[in-house]
Design a protein around this ligand. Structure first.
Ligand SMILES: NC(=O)c1ccc[n+]([C@@H]2O[C@H](COP(=O)([O-])OP(=O)(O)OC[C@H]3O[C@@H](n4cnc5c(N)ncnc54)[C@H](O)[C@@H]3O)[C@@H](O)[C@H]2O)c1
Length: 1010
């Protein structure tokens, strides 16, 4: 047979293959391509953009042929949708082993994948398309139902209501009504809410109406809004479909001020060629994407940036917004929208606790094609779990609302300990003839222990193991070893190339004893992987579940009295590094896992302070570590007055509260935590001693720059208290806001506003890349920007300030010393150059006719390097903004930022002037700080106290420099940075050096406050 044709799995009890163990994969492969099931069966595409069941029709025919004759001690090997071999194995082995779409790391990109696909070497298997257990839109309906139920529960909790909650009286706006996304309208209405779903393709919407997943189609936007608002007011669960492009419709809904409560999206954003850009007709879509993929990708990403910008707009207006697993945030980021990651993915937001219990999408299909078989299994499930109301509600709703596609099937979420019970019961029902033919039991790859996907299932894991892909591989291996009927390992499902690795299994309940044994093992071990994966990541709930179910965790079985770092110090000796501390006994885990402080950043409840500097330091670090860490880069994105900044402030407040310190926020928004009453002490002529630093970061910054100073400050305070030290002056810990200036462009904004070095009006008017002013950002974060200005009252309380900071350079590494005293900060400045040009076509404008500011910029950058060298300075052009920023457009303008520093102010200014001359003369000074020598007396006192600590100058700016400039006696301590790398995820400090820093700071505070 050749080419596309309608495919339908055989029904009934007559075997086409040699046994049910091979008949099952055969029917499920065919079922995946049934026109009732697959989105584009002629192209072998089942769902999820281009998720295929077979690589080609020839490969499909070969698989059907092979399965028809395969014996029960043979295994067919499938490489990306093509059968490549049959091996002699044994009857416990899977009948089919599948590896789809896998690429070696550096090659794991869409362009490379497509190149290889065009050569006929691979295919995209999505999750259940290439592993033959797709059951139509119902498959995702249960997960979507669970997710929207969790949203309802969250809203109910926020409103102070007990238990459950529904979506009655709410409007959800979403996009993408395809194979998976089509579940959204029904999931929302099952939860009682109103859903507006937008899709560019009218046929997709009509198909969902036919399948009873969508209630109505609107004529146009006005009609859609009217229908939704009517239903919302009447608290009726209704879903409305609208033909349109999300990149156009969402900004328009936002502009019109439509009251939207929940926003998400399930367009096929994971693959830019499957997301239709604005201005492209549905009819031209696939031909255009195939002919000019790079251009199409750019346009799709630009549209996704607009789309996500509107989602963030709804978030800013107070809506519940989440990424529903299609990677749209990262695509929008690539499209140039900087705030794309401001809303969370749905797994960390709602699903992770279920994963800790080994709960996930358990599904089964009746190979007979007989609906009654599913009815019997439904009743079995209700009978097995009589107390699970949620499950009962779902099964009843599914029976009422779900239209089967292809072979009748059912899905529900069951946990570890539940799945094998259900599987064994199904097998018994087959054996007794109550079900007319065998049933296959499988699942989505989106499960608790079968996937590594840092933008989705494993986003923001407590121990940072988001991208560790050993887990899905182990999952596939254990299912193979346990007796699954077919097992698959895929790459790129759900979120696209380079972003996920995942595994699947399907096991056949054919009523035999052998099948029962296999089912019991597979359905125990498969979800068991989810539990142990979350135990390993440090989730307490998973640990409890593992204990209750008797799951063996070898690392917990060892005699290991040492659970704190104090004990660890004794064992490991003085050379333990921070990395080593995170990897006890060669076992990768983060500080979180080690300290037993395995709490997400959101649950910053008061708790006892561990004893010993090492333990207190580690516990502080553990709670701070996950906040603002980007799952993809591992770098930190902690920008002023964002949601991450609020979490950092919560952390600071919680640590202050845990220590009974008095917490204040000054007019500039900096946080202060006081041990002792600074005002009473001031009246007695004893102003306080302050230490601390900042918690914000540069884009994709390291963990230490700033946070090391704040964590060390609390740890030093703990050490003093543990020693019984009674300060005669109050000791303060400070968290300066916006030190890096990453969002609004002015470094040390918090300390500059505090000291009056940055005028309040100028500060309020500073804008971020999205045009949001600092005043607006502060207002959204709950800080009154009207208060900004020099805060004399706060400044008076500070008698001395000592800031501890990781060294940003290799001075200490070269000297082989752990801690240094800072003597001064080089003069440094930031300037902006605006270079004007004339926009024109990149292809048609003659070189001689161009006014291209990018060329001037190139000269400016080279001049910065040259002049810095000539004047003994350093200079950097690290940020540029290009208009219109198109690949095929000559820029109309370029703005570039120059950062220059050196030991002499005159030299730094000469560099800036020379660079300005190259750029045409105009240069705007955004900030300049002159040479800042720290207080000579204080530096001397520290040097005497810290014996042989070297004294160093630095080229990096710090809040300490601003306070010194305001006349406050100030000094700094630096902690060794072995590589010298900073402002990068690679920034590092060894644990022993950090603790040496805490010790030095403890001595300094004891001396100054005695
Ligand atoms: N959260 C999860 O559990 C989960 C599970 C599976 C798949 N997914 C992801 O969800 C996404 C959707 O999957 P699917 O199977 O429904 O894909 P699909 O390709 O079948 O459907 C996508 C739909 O989006 C529409 N669309 C594309 N661009 C649009 C635009 N600009 N505006 C409006 N509509 C547009 C298409 O017309 C299509 O109907 C994929 O990225 C997939 O990887 C998530």
């Amino acid at each position: 047979m050749e080419g596309a044709r309608p495919v339908r799995a055989p029904r009934g009890t007559t075997l086409t293959a040699r046994s049910w163990q091979t008949e099952a994969p055969l029917r499920m492969l065919q079922n995946n391509l049934d026109p009732q099931v697959a989105e584009r069966p002629d192209d072998l595409v089942v769902y999820g953009g281009t998720g295929r069941a077979a690589r080609s029709w020839a490969a499909f025919d070969a698989m059907v042929r092979t399965l028809t004759t395969l014996k029960d001690d043979e295994t067919m090997l499938v490489q990306s949708g093509k059968p490549v071999g049959v091996m002699r194995t044994h009857e416990w082995a899977p009948r089919v082993l599948i590896a789809n779409s896998n690429l070696v790391g550096d090659w794991a990109t869409w362009p490379e994948f497509r190149r290889l696909e065009q050569l006929g070497l691979t295919m995209y298997g999505q999750m259940t398309a290439g592993s033959w257990i797709y059951i139509g839109t119902q498959g995702i309906l249960q997960g979507t139902y669970e997710t929207f139920a969790a949203v309802a529960a969250k809203r109910a909790t926020a409103a102070g209501q007990d238990g459950g909650g529904t979506l009655a009286g709410t409007l959800t706006v979403t996009g993408g009504c395809g194979g998976m996304g089509g579940a959204q309208p029904l999931a929302v209405t099952l939860n009682g809410g109103v859903c507006l779903i937008i899709d560019v393709d009218a046929a997709r919407l009509r198909r969902r109406v036919e399948h009873r997943y969508l209630d109505e189609l609107a004529d146009d936007l006005d009609d859609a809004i009217a229908r939704c608002e009517r239903a919302k007011a009447a608290r009726r669960g209704v879903s409305v479909g609208l033909v349109g492009n999300c990149a156009t419709v969402l900004p328009e809904l936002l502009r019109r001020g439509v009251a939207v409560d929940i926003v998400t999206d399930q367009t096929s954003a994971h693959d830019p060629l499957s997301y239709l850009p604005e201005g492209v007709d549905v009819a031209d879509w696939h031909a255009y994407a195939a002919a000019r993929p790079a251009e199409f990708t750019d346009r799709a990403r630009a549209s996704m940036a607009k789309h996500v910008e509107a989602m963030v707009g709804f978030l800013d207006n107070g809506a519940e917004v989440f990424d529903y697993g299609n990677s749209i945030r990262d695509e929008a980021r690539l499209g140039g929208f900087a705030r794309a990651f401001e809303f969370p993915g749905f797994v960390p937001a709602y699903i992770r606790p279920l994963f800790c219990e080994g709960k996930g999408p358990f599904r089964w299909a009746a190979l007979s094609g007989d609906r009654n078989d599913i009815r019997v299994t439904d009743e079995a499930i209700l009978d097995l779990f009589p107390d699970n109301d949620h499950l009962h509600r779902w099964i009843r709703a599914a029976q009422d609302k779900v239209a089967y596609q292809g072979l009748p099937a059912r899905i529900c979420w069951l946990g570890q300990g539940e799945r094998e019970k259900a599987g064994a019961r199904f097998n018994d029902l087959v054996a007794s003839g109550q079900i007319s033919a065998p049933v296959v039991i499988g699942r989505d790859h989106l499960d608790c222990g079968s996937v590594a996907s840092p933008y989705r299932e494993t986003e923001a894991m407590a121990d940072g193991s988001d991208a560790i892909a050993d887990w899905p591989l182990l999952n596939a291996l254990v299912n193979t070893a346990s007796g699954a009927s077919w097992v698959s390992i895929h790459h790129g499902g759900g979120v696209g190339m380079g972003r996920s690795i995942h595994a699947g299994q399907v096991t056949v309940a054919d009523g035999t004893d052998l099948a029962r044994q296999k089912i019991e093992r597979v359905l125990t071990n498969d979800p068991g992987m989810g539990v142990i994966r979350h135990v390993d990541a440090g989730y307490d709930l998973a640990t409890k579940v593992a204990k209750d179910r008797g799951l063996r965790i070898p690392m917990a079985e060892q005699e290991r009295p040492a659970t704190s770092l104090v004990a660890l110090t004794e064992r490991e000796g003085p050379s333990a590094s921070l990395a080593a501390l995170t990897e006890p006994e060669g076992h990768p885990a983060s500080l979180l896992a080690l300290t037993g402080q395995k709490r997400p950043a959101s649950s910053l409840a008061a708790r006892p302070i561990p004893r010993g500097s090492r333990a207190s330091f580690t516990s502080l670090w553990a709670a701070l570590e996950p906040i603002g860490r980007h799952p993809g880069t591992g770098g930190y994105r902690r920008f002023a007055w964002t949601a991450q900044d609020a979490q950092l402030r919560d952390w600071f407040a919680a640590e202050a509260r845990a220590r009974d310190l008095d917490l204040t926020t000054d007019r500039a928004g900096n946080q202060w935590a006081w041990w002792g009453d600074p005002d009473a002490a001031l009246a007695a002529g004893q102003p306080g001693v302050v230490t601390g630093s900042h918690l914000d970061s540069v884009p994709d910054g390291g963990a230490f720059d700033g946070p090391l100073g704040v964590v060390s400050a609390f740890a030093a305070l703990d050490a003093l208290r543990e020693r019984g030290f009674e300060p005669s002056r109050p000791i303060g810990v400070v968290n300066f806001g916006d030190e890096e200036g990453a969002r609004f462009g002015v470094a040390c904004a918090g300390s500059r506003i505090l000291t009056g070095a940055l005028a309040p009006d100028r500060a309020r008017g500073l804008t971020d890349a999205d045009g949001v002013t600092m005043a607006d950002a502060m207002a959204r974060a709950g800080h009154d920007a009207g208060l900004l200005g020099r805060d004399a009252e706060t400044l008076r309380r500070v008698g001395a300030f000592v800031e501890l900071h990781v060294e940003q350079g290799r001075g200490l590494a070269d000297l082989d010393r752990p801690v240094a005293i800072g003597s001064s900060i080089w003069p440094h400045g930031r300037w902006r150059l605006d270079l004007a040009g004339e926009a024109n076509h990149a292809g048609t404008t003659r070189l001689a006719d161009r006014h291209d500011p990018m060329l001037t910029l190139a000269e400016v950058i080279l001049a910065a390097r040259r002049e810095a060298g000539r004047h003994g300075c350093v200079a950097t052009v690290g940020k540029v903004r290009v208009l219109p920023n198109g690949v095929n457009a000559i820029p109309s303008g370029v703005s570039a930022w120059l950062d220059a520093r050196g030991s002499r102010e005159a030299a730094v200014r000469e560099v800036a002037a020379a660079v300005a001359a190259v750029g045409g003369g105009a240069i705007a000074e955004e900030s300049f700080t002159g040479d800042t020598a720290f207080d000579a007396e204080l530096v001397k006192r520290l040097a005497a106290l810290l014996d042989d600590a070297p004294v160093l100058a630095t080229g990096a700016g710090h809040d300490a420099g601003i306070l010194a400039g305001a006349g406050i006696p100030t000094a700094m301590l630096f902690v060794r940075n072995p590589t010298g790398v900073s402002h990068s995820p690679a920034e590092h400090a060894e644990a022993d050096d950090c603790l040496a820093g805490v010790d030095a700071l403890t001595s300094v505070l004891a001396d100054l406050a005695r």
